[in-house]
Design a protein around this ligand. Sequence first.
Ligand SMILES: [Zn+2]
Length: 83
Amino acid sequence: MTLKCILCQKEMQDQASGMKGDQDPYPMGGLAFETFGHYGSSVMDSWMGTKLTVCICDECVRVNKHLFYGKGKLDARWEPYKG
Ligand SMILES: [Zn+2]
């Protein structure tokens, strides 16, 4: 199964596909973010019992790193890994 970046539509392989059970998306070359909704959203609230997941490719994370909010020590590797 392929997953698409929510920003650029790049396709990423889902490493969770083929695993047993109902696995959350696991994009190779990107990150998956999930929400259960919350008060204040006009789209989805936590009482609905649903979960949404979006995937973002690593390049879109790097380009938009100023838009991410984090807590604690941020260990993100903002530059591409060169092994
Ligand atoms: Zn992207």
